[in-house]
Design a protein. Structure first.
Lengths: 211, 241
């Protein structure tokens, strides 16, 4: 009850936080998505780079998120920019790994048939390899989006906006309901995004005759 | 007669493992050559040499009088049909898009052109036109195989390479496909190189049969010749089967 009460009483504050959260997350999703898919495509074609890139990304992933934000402050300062960079770096892991795995695991027999029929490298990549990897890439994308939205809560600790501001303020003022409300909204936003993406995933799979 | 495919003294290996040992072979235009032999004898490697999927370590390959080495491989392959066991259809494309794949590599086809071409090719392999809108997973094994052949023939190639194309279908369907393939060859005069492990199929289809063993062409000739004068016990046991 207290929760609903506080959400209603401070609806303007929460709305601003929510919109900020969406804006920061969306920016990071676009950055990580573009960068991650490009990296995934690149390392699927250069096996040597794959080991290095996946290794580096895995190591970065083991750095606690709060300290990653800390590390970035000397370089990019505090605020939204640093938050977006940190979220992008975190989001890279699932999307790079899934893009890579999806592209590499396409049935070699199918690829050889395409080559034997006269497709060149580009036609095989865009016409065969990529579409067949789409289901795996999309599931990586879903992971990434949920992770970025959830992680976005921490961004406020370095002065970025978003629902983390509500959580942070709740913690520092011993206002449990405020923290809970911020967390709840983050969870709902993540769930809603995941649900929307699962719909998109089904539609794409149907388009490609897989689902 | 003109030469469709010429393989001159070619060898191939996968790492240390030598799979073809100084093989030479000429396929005349309009021939139906069937290659048979135990697994690992190099028959698939030999076939893949004909469309440049395998590049020989030594020797030369010429298709329609043009050397493969140094030519535009993709462009050359588009003029050679290629069908494999299990059909290897692209699972994310409809039957229509599968059939129109090779012509579509050259230029973008309109929906209308695709529809006309797919219908024509489906008729050729005796499938109803409505199959065109389906996806490969909705087809039976025999239907997939037919679509695979339709795809191989869609760009009107004058050479067709087939690697155990009927290996994954039941006996009755296979008979039907064999008859259709023979009729098709009589009608179009296309050159066919066909791999099988079934000696009955080899003798039934081939105007010439190559028996391979351990990376070499062990014996070749018309089916009657092989039956009359097998070279040794190996060929005899293969024929008896």
């Amino acid at each position: 009850m207290q929760l609903i009460q506080i959400l209603w009483d401070r609806r303007d504050f929460f709305l601003i936080c929510l919109l900020e959260h969406i804006r920061i997350s969306l920016t990071a999703v676009v950055c990580a998505g573009v960068l991650g898919i490009l990296t995934g495509v690149f390392i699927s074609r250069h096996k040597k780079a794959a080991g290095i890139a996946l290794g580096v990304i895995n190591v970065v992933y083991t750095v606690p998120s709060i300290s990653l934000l800390g590390f970035l402050i000397p370089f990019t300062g505090i605020g939204d920019k640093t938050a977006v960079i940190a979220l992008t770096v975190y989001g890279l892991l699932p999307i790079v790994r899934n893009t890579y795995t999806g592209l590499v695991n396409v049935d070699a027999g199918i690829l050889e048939v395409a080559e034997g029929l006269g497709a060149d490298g580009k036609q095989i990549l865009f016409g065969i390899r990529f579409p067949l990897a789409i289901p795996v890439i999309i599931s990586g994308f879903r992971n990434m989006v949920v992770m970025i939205i959830a992680m976005g809560g921490i961004a406020s600790f370095i002065g970025a906006g978003g629902l983390g501001a509500a959580i942070y303020r709740g913690i520092t003022t011993y206002n449990m309901a405020l923290t809970a409300a911020g967390s709840l909204l983050i969870a709902l936003l993540a769930l809603l995004s995941d649900w929307l993406l699962s719909r998109a995933e089904k539609a794409v799979n149907r388009r490609y005759g897989i689902g | 007669m003109d030469k469709a495919i010429e393989i001159r003294d070619c060898s191939a290996a996968y790492g240390e493992n030598k799979v073809l040992n100084h093989v030479s072979l000429t396929v005349e235009k309009g021939e139906f050559v069937v290659i048979i032999g135990p697994s690992g004898c190099g028959k698939t490697t030999l076939l893949k040499m004909m469309n440049g999927l395998v590049i020989p370590l030594e020797g030369e390959v010429a298709v329609n009088g043009e050397l493969i080495r140094g030519c535009d491989l993709s462009a050359m392959r588009r003029r050679i049909g290629y069908a494999v066991q299990g059909a290897g259809l692209f699972p994310h494309m409809t039957v229509e898009d599968n059939i129109c794949y090779v012509p579509g590599l050259e230029r973008r086809l309109t929906q209308e052109e695709k529809k006309i071409l797919a219908e024509k090719m489906l008729e050729l392999v005796q499938l109803p036109g409505e199959v065109g809108k389906r996806f490969p997973r909705q087809l039976s094994g025999g239907q997939k195989q037919r679509v695979g052949i339709a795809r191989a023939l869609a760009a009107a190639p004058d050479i067709l390479l087939m690697d155990e194309p009927f290996g994954a279908v039941d006996e009755i369907t296979r008979r039907g496909l064999q008859e259709e393939l023979l009729a098709l060859q009589r009608k179009t005069g296309i050159t066919i190189v066909f791999i099988t492990h079934d000696i009955g199929e080899a003798f039934h289809l081939g105007s010439r049969v190559l028996i391979m063993k351990e990376g070499e062409i062990w014996q070749e000739g018309k089916p009657e010749e092989l039956q009359k004068a097998p070279r040794d016990e190996f060929v005899r046991s293969l024929i008896r089967r």
